[in-house]
Design a protein around this ligand. Structure first.
Ligand code: ZN
Length: 375
């Protein structure tokens, strides 16, 4: 049976597989990547600024404070390049609409429903109870690099996006309805910000292999499309000039201590080699495309929009009672959900904290709450 990497490559996408993608996982809980194992795919935007291709690479692979990585299975750069991070369960979805889940399971056409809910299918307005179902075990996730604040989704990006979604659908045996926005999974989120008729494009792509993304698919915004800066010039030992200054400053900004003299000599060379080794790049001391791109990714530390469910404001601990405790119990997977924080809930909290490498005090403060929200 084909695996996800083969599927994406066969679709003609520019795919890079992050070493360890086969086994990297956010949780020991099951996630079956094969056809029939999951319900669909949720698309997100990273809320990253700037023009670097994949500024969120590091955070998507490794996670961030309070939320362990991987944060998503697939990441798409501004160029449309795809990074395969994992084929296992990732922390990208958290709680979402049980109605959406039911509709997908029943194979209903959901676009009209989403439209009626003006994007937020959670649709409290429609009088439906929602945000009760954990998404991470049933949805694949795709993060698309975009600021989410008016940046254009380029032709290359939309093309790759439609292609990727269609390839996943074809492989998994899904129809176009199985691709949903994070904002459609839950009203807590606003991503992804692309507003074109994504599912319609996917449907057409599935029906006709030769179908091309129309010009109108490009979502224009205030921000210009990313340009390749000429600071990406390949640099090697012996080079001199402004580009070397840029390189030296970039290295210093991430903890290296070299003098900024615009001359690529032994110390700069050594720092470059150390950086390359640490980042699993080819260790040749030459600063090419890959090294520049990784350097830029390290410099910007954007925050992925996985906003937390609001923390109640006080630590939940032994003796606490009420709906917040009940919510924690549901997320912890405690057998008896009674809204009373007793011995079993405390034990489950400690086990959860251990798994997430949080301090194991059996009390649910902001950090543990945040980890639970995105569990
Ligand atoms: Zn999201």
């Amino acid at each position: 049976m084909a695996n996800v990497l083969e599927v994406l490559q066969a679709a003609g996408l520019d795919v890079e597989a992050e070493p360890g993608w086969e086994t990297r996982r956010a949780s020991r809980y099951s996630f079956d990547p094969n056809p029939g194992g999951t319900l669909g795919m949720i698309v997100h935007h990273t809320a990253s600024g700037g023009s670097a291709d994949m500024p969120c690479r590091n955070i998507c692979v490794n996670g961030r404070a309070g939320l362990s990585g991987p944060l998503v299975q697939l990441l798409m750069g501004r160029s449309g390049r795809v990074l395969l991070i994992s084929q296992n369960r990732c922390n990208h979805a958290g709680r979402g609409s049980s109605e959406v889940k039911k509709d997908l399971e029943a194979g209903r056409d959901i676009t009209a429903e989403f439209d009626a809910g003006q994007g937020a299918y959670n649709a409290k307005a429609l009088g439906r109870g929602n945000d009760f179902k954990s998404g991470n075990r049933v949805y694949w996730g795709l993060e698309v690099e975009n600021s989410g604040t008016g940046e254009e989704y380029s032709q290359a990006q939309v093309k790759a996006l439609v292609k990727l979604c269609a390839a996943m659908c074809a492989w998994q045996g899904w129809d176009h309805n199985r691709i949903i926005h994070h904002r459609e999974h839950t009203s807590r989120k606003i991503d992804m910000s692309y507003t074109g008729p994504l599912r319609e494009y996917i449907q057409k792509a599935l029906a006709n292999q030769r179908w091309q993304v129309p010009k109108s698919a490009v979502q224009t915004g205030k921000t210009a499309s990313p340009k390749t800066s000429d600071a990406s010039a390949t640099l090697r030992k012996g080079d001199k000039g402004d580009h070397v200054v840029t390189l030296q400053k970039a290295l210093n900004s991430i903890g290296y201590k070299i003098s900024v003299d615009g001359s690529f000599q032994a110390t700069t060379h050594l720092a470059v080699r150390r950086f390359q080794r640490k980042n699993r790049l080819t260790v040749d001391g030459i600063v090419g495309k890959q090294t520049w791109s990784r350097l830029r990714a390290k410099q910007t530390r954007p925050v992925v929009t996985t906003e937390a469910r609001p923390y109640p404001g006080q630590v939940i601990k032994r003796g606490s009672r009420g709906p917040d405790v009940r919510w924690c119990q549901e997320h912890l997977g405690v057998r008896l959900i009674d809204g009373v924080f007793g011995k079993n809930t405390e034990r489950a909290t400690k086990q959860f904290q251990e798994r997430r490498r949080l301090s194991k005090d059996g009390r649910i403060g902001p950090k543990t709450w945040s980890a639970l929200t995105n569990n």
